[in-house]
Ligand binder design. Structure first.
Ligand code: G3P
Length: 217
């Protein structure tokens, strides 16, 4: 399973990329708005760091505006993926842009029915938001499970990009279900590393080693 980081922060992306386990980046207008500077230059810099798929989202809500912005975003770098929202115009734009060879990530997906529309429109990725579903007492992972089943039934090539991951269990569940990608904020990626027994075990190994060296000296 691929692991993406969900942030617009170049500093955070550099830190996570240095770990050697990063496959791509997702951004959205809320995340990019937090980063100073020109968003196109920032996205270009992110592509140079990650050398993998980087999602940049359109902010237009009409078909023509989405096409214009989508083509503009795609020109930033060959790694760019255009994010369109799961609206009627967003699905139309996905179909058109995908037909032009531009990779599209259909975002703000909350149901298997919506994911099916994204797949039919030729999306390269569809992003179910598991955390936001959990927030409203609906199991986000149930939606992912159904999408996996539907895509397997018809061998849709659209990759399932589990978004709005809030904790490591979301990542593990996404992997168990066979989702293609999990995108997580940097804090969740950091949390994947952590277990108290790892720290306790390492501390003991090093202490035992030092003790033995002192005796030999
Ligand atoms: O980028 C889309 C998604 O991952 C947002 O997550 O935590 O704002 O629901 P969140």
């Amino acid at each position: 399973m691929k692991l993406f980081v969900d942030t617009g922060s170049i500093k955070e992306i550099e830190t996570i990329a240095a770990l050697g386990i990063l496959d791509g980046v997702t951004t959205n207008p809320s995340l990019l708005a937090k980063e100073p500077g020109d968003f196109r230059q920032n996205l270009k810099r992110i592509c140079d760091i990650v050398k993998g798929p980087v999602s940049g989202e359109v902010t237009a809500t009409d078909f023509a505006g989405m096409l214009q912005q989508g083509r503009d975003i795609a020109k930033i770098d060959p790694h760019m993926v255009v994010k369109t929202p799961l609206t009627r115009d967003g699905i139309r734009a996905c179909k058109q842009l995908s037909g032009e060879g531009i990779r599209v990530n259909v975002t703000l997906c909350f149901t298997p029915a919506q994911a099916l529309l994204a797949a039919k429109a030729g999306a390269s990725y569809v992003s179910p938001f598991v955390g936001r579903l959990d927030d409203i007492s609906t199991n986000g992972m149930d939606v992912v499970r159904e999408i996996v089943q539907i895509f397997d039934n018809y061998e849709f090539p659209t990759e399932i990009l589990v978004a709005s991951c809030r904790h490591p269990i979301h990542v593990v569940e996404a992997a168990r279900l066979g989702a293609d990608i999990a995108t997580c904020p940097p804090a969740v990626i950091e949390a994947l590393f952590n277990h108290p027994l790892t720290n306790i075990g390492l501390e003991k190994f090093l202490k035992d080693w030092e003790k033995a060296q002192a005796i030999k000296a």
